[in-house]
Design a protein around this ligand. Structure first.
Ligand code: ASP
Length: 332
């Protein structure tokens, strides 16, 4: 009797992995999100030996053009298919690399299932010499159907490395090897010999497991710290009614006097606010003169991941104490 392959769901969203250029030597001038996810599979017949793959297209765009409605569709589709099909081995998502880490973190906070959900992209378009997409996709499928990857939350596979959603970030604008897990390195590796992950690795719980997502999402803005930040910016945002602010503070998440004065002078309801840092690694701790303005430290979350957390916290109806409790869970 023929051996049954594991069944997998592949969700396409676009990106360079699905991008093409007129010439194989064009690495920068190409269109992202051109080839449908079905076409990516057709170009990789080796996958048929690994898994039976059902394909769906959520979007086919550059990842800078993904929106909250795409995020909502992804979450709903993954939740539905995992709930409806206990025999499904896992899910793979093809994605542009520019915002891949944000989508991975969002899904990590919302999807509560031990089966692997794996995001994958490419730094070179599918038409390029030495395109990295096909091997990345092959390896993402290897990971998604593996027993080793179960129960570790959402994963990212690039260049044979397996990263966790919490730590991974894109660190280079060009070339393969652009993805890193700051502070800790990748969780593991994947190659022709299999999936290599350490035996016991506890992933954080899905913090927003049951949260249903509305059609309209809150407005959360990221502000980047720098010398002499524009004075009018914070009052303008507060008057416009933003519900959340993430400060990419200097050093360990430091705000300038200009920024702190603007917050102190605001007499309306303060938004939920997090302090992250612009250094790219290292934690942001609690600091009293910032705390009294209502600012919570984002720990080791990057500004963009802090924003994802804040979006979900606002949708869950968190106040500052509830958000502080969630941050404590994440740091524990
Ligand atoms: N422009 C691409 C994107 O969709 C970059 C990439 O995928 O590498 O994010």
């Amino acid at each position: 009797m023929a051996m049954q392959h594991p069944r997998l769901l592949l969700l396409g969203t676009g990106g360079t992995i699905a991008g093409t250029a007129p010439e194989s030597t064009q690495l920068n001038r190409y269109a992202a999100g051109v080839i449908a996810a079905e076409g990516l599979l057709d170009a990789l017949p080796e996958l048929a030996l690994l898994a039976e793959i059902q394909v769906e297209q959520i979007a086919n765009v550059d990842s800078a053009d993904l929106g909250f409605s795409h995020w909502r569709s992804l979450v709903e589709r993954i939740r539905q298919s995992l709930a409806a099909d206990p025999g499904l081995a896992g899910v793979v998502i093809t994605h542009g690399t520019n915002t891949l880490e944000e989508t991975a973190w969002l899904l990590h906070l919302l999807i509560d299932d031990p089966r692997p959900v794996v995001l994958v992209g490419a730094m070179r378009p599918a038409s390029a010499l030495s395109a990295d997409g096909p091997l990345n996709l092959y390896q993402a499928v290897q990971v998604a159907i593996s027993a080793e990857a179960r129960g570790r939350g959402v994963l990212v596979v690039m260049d044979g490395q397996i990263h966790c959603a919490r730590a991974v970030s894109k660190r280079a604008t060009q070339g393969v090897g652009a993805f890193h897990s700051s502070g800790r390195g990748p969780l593991g590796w994947v190659d022709d010999l299999g999936v290599h992950l350490p035996e016991v690795e506890r992933s954080e719980p899905a913090l927003f497991a049951g949260l249903s997502l509305p059609r309209v999402w809150p407005q959360v803005v990221i502000l980047h710290g720098c010398v002499e930040p524009p004075q009018a910016l914070i009052p303008a945002l507060l008057s416009a009614g933003v519900q959340g602010l993430v400060f990419t503070g200097t050093g360990a998440g430091q705000l300038s006097v200009v920024e702190r004065d603007a917050l102190a002078q605001w007499d309306g309801q303060p938004p939920l606010m997090l302090r992250a840092n612009r250094c790219g690694s290292g934690p942001v701790h609690r600091c009293e003169d910032h705390a009294k303005l209502g600012l919570l430290p984002a720990g080791d979350l990057s500004p963009q991941k802090a924003r994802v957390l804040l979006l979900l916290a606002l949708m869950a109806g968190d106040d500052r104490n509830a958000l502080a409790a969630r941050l404590k869970t994440l740091s524990g």
